[in-house]
Design a protein around this ligand. Structure first.
Ligand SMILES: NC(=O)c1ccc[n+]([C@@H]2O[C@H](COP(=O)([O-])OP(=O)(O)OC[C@H]3O[C@@H](n4cnc5c(N)ncnc54)[C@H](O)[C@@H]3O)[C@@H](O)[C@H]2O)c1
Length: 438
C-alpha cells in the first residue's frame, strides 16, 4: 500500500517514518522546499529522539522519500494523509482550517479513483464532512473515501508514542475506509493496541475532548499548588496521593508554569469555540484557558518578587525555553510570556536550552543566549528552572551560586530538593509548597 503524507512537520514526518518502518511505501510532501531539501540531504529539521535513525532506515530501504511535488505523489497513492497545521484563527480562537481545505483541493485534483483521504491533523467536528464536500465538488463523480485518524503522539516521545500508542482512533464513513485503516495499523495488533473504529464526528471530537481534559488536569494541579502554598501543603505529596487513585491516575499532575506547546493552547481554544458555536458552552475549558493564561503572568511576578523590591536592572538566568523537555518546539511556550514580562519590567534575561535556542531566537530577540547552564548563571541575580531537561537535573548548585551575583533559585518544576538549594547558599522558591525558611 502506498501512502502520501501531506505536511512533513512533527506529526507528518514522524507518522510517515513510522509507517515506512511498518513496511509501507511512504512519500512525505511539504510546501516548504527548504525543509524537503534538508530531508533529502539526510538532515532532520526538528529535534525528536529516535527520529533520525528511523528516517535513515526508511530512506535506505527505499520505502521513504520526500518531495514538494504533491500531484505526482498523490497520483500514485492508495491513502493520502492530511497532516498540515491547524493553528488558532486570530481573534476568535477557532481552528484555522485553511491549510486543510487547500490540501483537500490539491488532493482532489490529483488523486486516482478509490483513494482514501485520512485526516490526521487535529480538526474540529464536521471538518471531515467538509473535506468530503470539497473533494466531491472539485472532482464530481470520482469515487473516494474519507477517514478521520487523529494523532495522539507527544513531542519529545513521538516515535515511541506512534509505535506504542494507548489506542488508535479511526473515524470512517464506509467499508473501504475502515478496511484501509485496519490494514495500516495491523502491525500494532502484535501489541494488542486497542483500536476504536467509529464515526467521523466521534473521532474528531475524541481528539479535542482528550486534549481538553489533559489541559484541565494540568491546570487543576496548578491551582492545587497555589492552595498548598497558602496552607502549608506540598503539591507533590498531594499529586502522588491522589494519583494513586486509579480513577485519577498520576499523569499530568505536575505543577508547573502552565501548559503550552503547539497543541493544548490552540486545541482548548478551538474546543471552547466549538462549544460556543453549538450553544453548548464548555465552561470548564473556558476557565482552564483563563487560569492558564494568568498563571504565566503569575510565574513572571514570582520571579520579579524574588529579585526584591526593585527588579529593574537586575539579571535573570533562565534554564529551558521549550514548552517541555526533549523538543525544540517553542510554540506558545510559557517561557515566551514569562521572559517578555521580565523584560518589560526592565530585567535582563540570559537563557539556555539544549535544543530550542534556534527557534526561540527570533521570538525573544533581547535575550542573551548562552551555550551551557553554568555560563547562563554568570552574573545573574536569580536562576529560574523553567523546563526540566535531564541536563538541568543534577547541576552543581554551589558552582551555580558561585557564578551568580544574587542568590535566588525559582524552581518552576520542583526539580531540586530545598536542602540542596539551601546548602548551596540559595534562597529557594519552589512551586506548591512553602519556601523553606533560611
Ligand atoms: N505537534 C504535535 O505534537 C501534535 C500532536 C498531535 C496532533 N497534532 C496535530 O497535527 C497537525 C500538524 O501538527 P504539526 O505540529 O506536525 O505541524 P507543523 O507545523 O510542524 O507541520 C505542518 C507542515 O505542513 C506543511 N503544509 C501546510 N500546507 C501544506 C500543503 N498544502 N501541502 C504540503 N505541506 C503543507 C507545512 O509547511 C508544515 O511543514 C495539527 O493539526 C496538530 O494540531 C500535532
Amino acid at each position: 500500500m502506498k501512502i502520501t503524507m501531506i505536511g512533513t512537520g512533527y506529526v507528518g514526518l514522524v507518522s510517515g517514518a513510522c509507517f515506512s518502518e511498518f513496511g509501507f511505501d511512504v512519500t512525505c510532501v511539504d510546501v516548504d522546499a527548504a525543509k524537503i531539501a534538508r530531508l533529502e540531504k539526510g538532515e532532520i529539521p526538528i529535534y525528536e529522539p529516535g527520529l533520525d535513525d528511523l528516517v535513515a532506515r526508511g530512506v535506505s530501504a527505499g520505502r521513504l522519500d520526500f518531495t514538494t511535488n504533491l500531484e505526482d505523489s498523490v497520483q500514485n497513492a492508495d491513502v493520502v494523509f492530511i497532516a498540515v497545521g491547524t493553528p488558532s484563527r486570530r481573534g476568535d480562537g477557532e481552528a484555522d482550517l485553511r491549510y486543510v481545505h487547500a490540501a483537500a483541493r490539491q488532493i482532489a485534483n490529483a488523486m486516482r479513483p478509490g483513494t482514501v483521504i485520512a485526516i490526521k491533523s487535529t480538526v474540529v467536528v464536521g471538518t471531515c464532512r467538509e473535506v468530503q464536500r470539497i473533494v466531491a465538488e472539485e472532482r464530481p463523480g470520482v469515487d473516494f473515501s474519507i477517514a478521520s485518524n487523529p494523532e495522539f503522539l507527544r513531542e519529545g516521545s513521538a516515535v515511541e508514542d506512534f509505535m506504542r500508542p494507548d489506542r488508535v482512533i479511526c473515524g470512517v464513513a464506509d467499508e473501504r475506509g475502515e478496511e484501509t485503516m485496519r490494514r495500516l495499523y495491523r502491525p500494532l495488533n502484535l501489541r494488542e493496541t486497542p483500536m476504536v473504529i467509529t464515526t467521523l464526528e466521534n473521532a474528531e471530537l475524541a481528539k479535542y475532548a482528550a486534549n481538553a481534559f489533559l489541559a484541565m488536569k494540568v491546570t487543576f494541579i496548578n491551582e492545587v499548588a497555589n492552595l498548598c502554598e497558602a496552607v502549608g501543603g506540598d503539591v507533590q505529596v498531594i499529586a502522588s496521593a491522589i494519583g494513586l487513585d486509579k480513577r485519577i491516575g498520576n499523569k499530568f499532575l505536575h505543577a508547573g508554569p502552565g501548559f503550552g506547546g503547539s497543541c493544548f493552547p490552540k486545541d482548548t481554544r478551538a474546543y471552547a469555540a466549538t462549544g460556543r458555536k453549538y450553544g453548548r458552552p464548555q465552561q470548564l475549558i473556558e476557565a482552564t484557558i483563563e487560569v492558564n493564561e494568568s498563571r504565566k503572568i503569575d510565574m513572571a511576578e514570582r520571579i520579579l518578587s524574588a529579585l526584591g523590591p526593585d527588579p529593574a536592572g537586575k539579571t535573570v538566568a533562565v534554564l529551558g525555553i521549550a514548552f517541555k523537555p526533549n523538543t525544540d518546539d517553542v510554540r506558545e511556550a510559557p517561557s515566551l510570556v514569562i521572559v517578555q514580562t521580565l523584560e518589560g519590567a526592565g530585567v535582563t534575561v540570559r537563557a539556555h536550552d539544549p535544543e530550542a535556542m534556534g527557534p526561540a531566537k527570533e521570538l525573544l530577540p533581547n535575550v542573551t543566549w548562552c551555550d551551557a547552564p553554568y555560563e547562563t548563571a554568570e552574573g545573574a541575580d536569580a536562576l529560574v528552572m523553567l523546563t526540566e531537561w535531564n541536563a538541568f537535573r543534577a547541576l552543581d548548585l554551589k558552582r551555580m551560586r558561585g557564578l551568580m551575583r544574587g542568590d535566588a533559585l525559582v524552581d518552576l518544576r520542583n526539580v531540586y530538593p530545598a536542602e540542596d538549594a539551601r546548602d548551596a547558599g540559595l534562597r529557594y522558591f519552589p512551586l506548591g509548597k512553602a519556601a523553606p525558611s533560611a
